[in-house]
Write a protein that binds this ligand. Structure first.
Ligand SMILES: [Zn+2]
Length: 452
């Protein structure tokens, strides 16, 4: 049920079908035309009060102290009463509402509502109970005055537990942005981690989640430092107000986070190759754009591959990762890897051969002037196979999706003597193996890795 539908609900018609309270609601409480919002010469609190969302409550039967409590709970905007989370017992007869400052309100069928604040006396409700009643009655139509019992045991002659049962706690929670315990709440540590993941999407300098969470702040810009301070404030609030955390989660979904992560990775991959071109063309002294020599470019690519691997690991093993879509991560990781491998295998030449900017003593060693040799030239079982090791680790159907590109790369590798035979073999094995396994798994239903 949508919030919109719920807000249109009238407890006096469509909402009620079976409960005992229904009959009472249908007849409605007696109206009190003598009351008015400003009447009551004796009391500073009028006998009718109007909540900020436009509901009018009749508190004419209340004494002064009780009126004050009702007013705080129902009307006062800055009453500092906030829902942390709520819950119900298995058979739906008892509800609890955990509020800020460790206050708990309990509602149980046919019983007087209880509050842990200690001010419920002589069957007179406290401001917290009135607040709950105000929240529950916010779905009522606004054209009728709402009667409340002194002890908080009825709203329009219906017990608040019954009001909840007419729909469900879940419906009310969705409508009022409450958090339902167990269903929604992660452990604090996991919650903090997840807020960090979310915040990292908007980090002003494009830090990845792991970099953002790192304690090392030596190289951070002023803007990044300030962003971290703001993050701490948001984390504090998310711990304190689970509903706020839920709202963040709605906006900054795991899917969105995965997209942002790989956008950043792809941007960095582009940046690394551009920086190499910049170096080849103009040399190291360019203040406007980054330039990287062959060896530094290779190191940077290796580092990016590691970042992607960390992210994959995190998504497969950590709590935060459990909610992420592994298949999407694997797909996007494979795309990034293929892009890197494709570019590297196209750069199988001495990058400094036609140097125009007067590079002093260009290195003659191919492992220092040829990006391909630098990353793949010494490949072996022992040294590892650049990118192929990562692709081998992926589900067959993910890799098979790139079989045309891998075929092109294989052609390129076959036509140069600089390809270590072991690397070419590893590539062929990968292509064949994934083809076979993808066929036997008929498309593969899981992206979970087989090698850990
Ligand atoms: Zn209380």
């Amino acid at each position: 049920m949508s919030a919109e539908q719920l807000s249109k609900l009238s407890l006096s018609d469509s909402m009620v079908t079976t409960r005992a309270g229904a009959a009472r609601l249908r007849t409605g409480p007696p109206q009190t035309p003598q009351g008015s919002l400003t009447s009551s010469p004796i009391s500073p609190t009028p006998s009718l009060i109007e909540s900020t969302n436009g509901h009018v409550y009749d508190i004419s039967a209340f004494d002064e102290d009780l009126r004050r409590r009702a007013k705080i709970g129902l009307v006062k905007d800055d009453n500092n009463i906030r829902m942390r989370f709520c819950g119900e017992n298995d058979d739906g007869t008892k509800y609890f509402f955990h509020l800020d400052d460790d206050i708990t309100v309990k509602l149980e069928e046919e019983r007087v509502p209880k509050c842990s604040c200690g001010s419920v006396q002589d069957r007179k409700a406290c401001k917290h109970i009135f607040w709950i009643l105000g929240q529950l009655s916010s779905v009522l139509p606004k054209n009728q005055t709402i009667q409340l019992a002194e002890d908080g045991s009825s709203v329009k002659n219906t017990h608040p537990a019954e009001v909840l049962q007419m729909r469900s706690l879940r419906d009310f929670a969705d409508h009022l942005h409450w958090v339902v315990e167990d269903e929604d709440l992660p452990e604090t540590e996991e919650l903090v981690d997840e807020v960090d993941n979310m915040m990292s999407c908007f980090e002003p300098t494009g830090l990845l989640p792991a970099e953002f969470k790192s304690e090392d702040t030596r190289e951070l810009s002023d803007l990044s430092r300030m962003f971290r301070e703001i993050r701490s404030i948001i984390v504090e609030h998310a711990i304190r107000y689970p509903a706020f955390f839920m709202q963040l989660q709605e906006k900054c979904t795991p899917e969105f986070q995965v997209q942002v992560f790989f956008e950043k990775i792809n941007k960095r991959v582009d940046g690394v190759f551009n920086a190499l071109d910049e170096y080849i063309e103009k040399g190291p002294t360019n203040q406007r754009s980054e330039s990287l020599d062959v060896v530094s470019c290779a190191a940077r690519l290796g580092c990016l591959v590691e970042k992607v691997e960390e992210y994959r690991d995190d998504s497969l093993h950590s709590d935060a990762g459990e909610r992420r879509d592994d298949t999407e991560i694997e797909k996007l990781a494979a795309v990034a890897y293929l892009r890197i491998l494709d570019e590297v295998t196209r750069r199988n030449y001495n990058a400094y051969a036609d140097n125009t900017w007067g590079m002093p003593m260009p290195p003659s060693d191919p492992s220092k002037n040829n990006l391909f040799v630098c990353l793949i030239g010494s490949a072996s079982e022992e040294n590892g196979f650049f990118i192929l090791d990562n692709l081998r680790d992926m589900a067959p159907h993910i890799v098979r999706h790139h079989s045309v590109d891998l075929g092109d790369i294989e052609n390129r590798l076959r036509n140069t003597t600089l390809t270590p035979p072991a690397y070419l073999n590893a590539l062929r094995t990968l292509i064949q193996d994934k083809r076979k396994r993808a066929a036997s798994q008929s498309g593969g239903s899981s992206a979970k890795r087989t090698m850990q």
